[in-house]
Design a protein around this ligand. Structure first.
Ligand code: BEZ
Length: 171
C-alpha cells in the first residue's frame, strides 16, 4: 500500500484497545484488562506514533522500539505528550511485549485490530505470504492536535524514516 494520509491532513478517528501499564503487570500471572483509547483523546496534544508489523519480530524488537524508549526524555524535552506504538497484534500480546521490553508507562502499545486504521491511512501491509495476514506497516507519524506533521512509511525492511532518530529530527 502507498500512504494516502499526508502532512496537513487530520487523522481519521479510531478506537484502539490497549492495556494500561500498572506495576501488578510485572507478575507473570497478570493479564491486565484491555481498555479503549479513542483518537479524540489526542486533541490538543503532540503525539508520536510508530508502527510495527508485529510484536517480538526481529527488527521491531531490536531496532525499532528500544531507541524510542532510550530517547524518551528527548521526546519529552521536545514537547511530545504521548508516544505510542501501533501493531495489529491484540492488546494482550502488545502488553506482554511492552513488559518484556521494559516500557513501563512510557510508550502506549495500541492494538490496531486487523490493521483497519492503518489501512485507512494507506499504511497497512499484506504479509499473507508469510502467514501474518494484513498487518500495520512500518511507519511513523507526528501529530499535533490530530493534524499530521510528519508521515513516513519505510521503503524497505530497515528502520530509517520511522526510527526514533529520524522522528526526533522532525520535532
Ligand atoms: C521484523 O523483522 O521485524 C519482521 C519480520 C517478519 C515479518 C515482519 C517483521
Amino acid at each position: 500500500m502507498a500512504p494516502t494520509i499526508k502532512v496537513g491532513d487530520t487523522i481519521p478517528e479510531a478506537t484502539f484497545n490497549y492495556i494500561p501499564y500498572t506495576p501488578e503487570l510485572e507478575s507473570k500471572l497478570a493479564c491486565g484488562i484491555p481498555i479503549k483509547l479513542n483518537t479524540s483523546q489526542w486533541k490538543g496534544k503532540k503525539v508520536v506514533i510508530f508502527s510495527v508489523p508485529g510484536a517480538f519480530t526481529p527488527t521491531c524488537h531490536v531496532n525499532h522500539l528500544p531507541p524510542y524508549l532510550e530517547k524518551y526524555d528527548e521526546f519529552k524535552a521536545k514537547g511530545v505528550d504521548t508516544i505510542a506504538v501501533v501493531a495489529a497484534n491484540d492488546a494482550f500480546v502488545l502488553s506482554g511485549w511492552g513488559r518484556f521490553e521494559g516500557v513501563g508507562d512510557k510508550i502506549l502499545l495500541l492494538s490496531d485490530g486487523s490493521a483497519k486504521w492503518s489501512a485507512s491511512l494507506g499504511l497497512s501491509v499484506d504479509l499473507s505470504a508469510i502467514g501474518f495476514g494484513v498487518r500495520t506497516g512500518r511507519y511513523a507519524l507526528i501529530l499535533d492536535d490530530l493534524v499530521v506533521k510528519y508521515v513516513e512509511l519505510e521503503p524497505g525492511t530497515d528502520v530509517t524514516v520511522s526510527g526514533a532518530e529520524a522522528v526526533l529530527a522532525q520535532l
